[in-house]
Each structure stands twice: as structure tokens, then as C-alpha cells.
Design a protein around this ligand. Structure first.
Ligand SMILES: [Zn+2]
Length: 256
């Protein structure tokens, strides 16, 4: 049976989007004009920009992004950001809390050294099933990153779309990944980021509840709005960026 037109159009868009994702500089140029209508934040709001892989060729670009954001307000750790949401730390203007997803070796080679140099805190959301696989971080790499002062959260075991899993499997992805990181790194893991991250499509209320039951204090989606004191830590909004994007494209994701 032929899929309805709306679905076909959507699939088409997804095809274009995934092709653009494979060419981040082009994607950035395509996004940039929409940035004309936006500006980087200037009013109080907590932002959670996040990235994935940062190949060495993009190290300078990531540095440029972070310097641009830091001119607007402080870069805080995940724990400090949660204090802002809880109202125990002042939201003084735009504030930024950085994270990275999946488990890329460039975290060790590119990201951690750069963040150390800039004195920017970050949390790394790890897909535990990838650790030790070719092209991914190893546990000793993760310990090295942790020893450099960064924190880890869970991004499930297999990077599955939680919404597609039954209760048993979803609980395993959420709880067992936490346990494994804790066993390997010797510290409590309290923060979770859902793969793909869009509510209803990629995860549901059930998964937030399972994360709470597993002992997480925060749950991150990929919804993009700024956050403010009083907002739930079990519904963190993050803005997905690629370091190859010009600042104009960053403005389409991180704005007032
Ligand atoms: Zn991911």
C-alpha cells in the first residue's frame, strides 16, 4: 500500500535531513539564514547545548561556539544547572550547561583537552553497549575523562528508541546502563539522556518514571526551549548543535 502523502513528505524530509547531517558544514549554511530572525540569548534562561562527535578538524569551531556562548553568560556543570532549576542557585542571565552524547573517541582526544583549556565543565552521556567496540571509547578512556574532571550520565545500553520497548526492556536500558557505568567508573550516575530525545516519538512518561525509579535525578530530552527556576529536572530541554555550524546556525537552536 502506498503511504499517505503527508508521510511520504515526512520521509522525504528525513532523507534530506539525514543527508545534511552527514555534511554538517552544508547543514550549517542551510540553517544559517533562519538565524537572521533569532539572536543568541540576552535574557535570563538556562540552556543545555549538546554535541556528539567532534573530529579534530572541528576543534577550532567548537572553541568558537563555546567562546561565543561564554561571552553571554557562565558555563555551569550539570549539578549547578540543576541547582538553578531548583532555585538554590541564582539565574543571573543566560547560563549554559554543556553535554555530549553517545561515546566518541574524540571526547578523549579533542573535547576533554579543549574543555580543560577553556575551563568549561561538561557531562558525557554514554551508550554503554558501544563502550569497547571499534570506533568507540573504552572504559579506561572514560575513567581518564572522569579523572580530568568531567561527569558521566547514561544514554541507555543500546541507543534504542525507548518508546518502542516494552516495560521490561525499557527498564533494563535505563537501570542497567546506570549500574554498568557506576561499576566501571566507581561514582554514582544520576543523569539520563534519552536517545533521539523527542517526547512521544522517542520516549514517554513511562520512561521518565522508570528513570526516577532507577534513581536518576534528571532526564534530558531534545526539546529546545530555555529553562527557568521551577522547571522539572526530569524534563531537561537541550539544544543539539554541530561544531561545524556557523554561529548564525547556532542562533536557530540557542536563542531567547
Ligand atoms: Zn545519541
Amino acid at each position: 500500500m502506498e503511504p499517505p502523502t503527508a508521510i511520504k513528505r515526512r520521509l522525504n524530509e528525513l532523507g534530506i535531513r539525514s543527508r545534511l547531517r552527514a555534511h554538517p558544514r552544508t547543514q550549517g549554511r542551510v540553517l544559517a539564514p533562519a538565524g537572521l530572525l533569532r539572536r543568541l540569548p540576552s535574557t535570563p534562561g538556562l540552556y543545555f547545548p549538546f554535541y556528539h562527535d567532534v573530529p579534530a578538524e572541528y576543534a577550532g569551531d567548537l572553541s568558537r561556539h563555546l567562546r561565543a556562548l561564554r561571552r553571554l553568560g557562565p558555563m555551569v556543570s550539570w549539578g549547578e544547572a540543576l541547582q538553578v532549576l531548583a532555585g538554590t542557585r541564582a539565574l543571573t542571565g543566560p547560563m549554559f550547561c554543556l553535554s555530549f552524547d553517545d561515546g566518541h573517541p574524540t571526547w578523549r582526544d579533542v573535547v576533554a583537552p579543549l574543555l580543560r583549556e577553556l575551563a568549561v565543565p561538561a557531562t558525557f552521556f554514554l551508550t554503554t553497549g558501544l563502550v569497547g567496540r571499534p570506533g568507540n571509547l573504552t572504559w579506561p578512556d572514560c575513567r581518564e575523562i572522569q579523572d580530568a574532571g568531567f561527569s558521566f550520565g547514561s544514554h541507555t545500553i543500546s541507543h534504542t528508541r525507548l518508546a518502542d520497548q516494552d516495560d521490561v526492556e525499557a527498564r533494563r536500558e535505563i537501570a542497567d546502563s546506570k549500574k554498568e557505568i557506576e561499576d566501571e567508573l566507581g561514582t554514582e550516575v544520576r543523569d539520563f539522556a534519552a536517545p533521539y530525545g523527542h517526547p512521544a516519538v522517542d520516549f514517554g512518561e513511562r520512561d521518565v518514571r522508570l528513570a526516577e525509579e532507577a534513581g536518576y535525578r534528571s532526564f534530558a530530552s531534545t526539546l529546545r526551549p530555555a529553562m527557568h527556576p521551577g522547571d522539572s529536572p526530569m524534563w531537561i530541554c537541550r539544544q543539539g548543535l554541530h561544531p561545524a555550524w556557523p554561529i548564525m546556525a547556532v542562533r536557530t537552536r540557542v536563542h531567547d
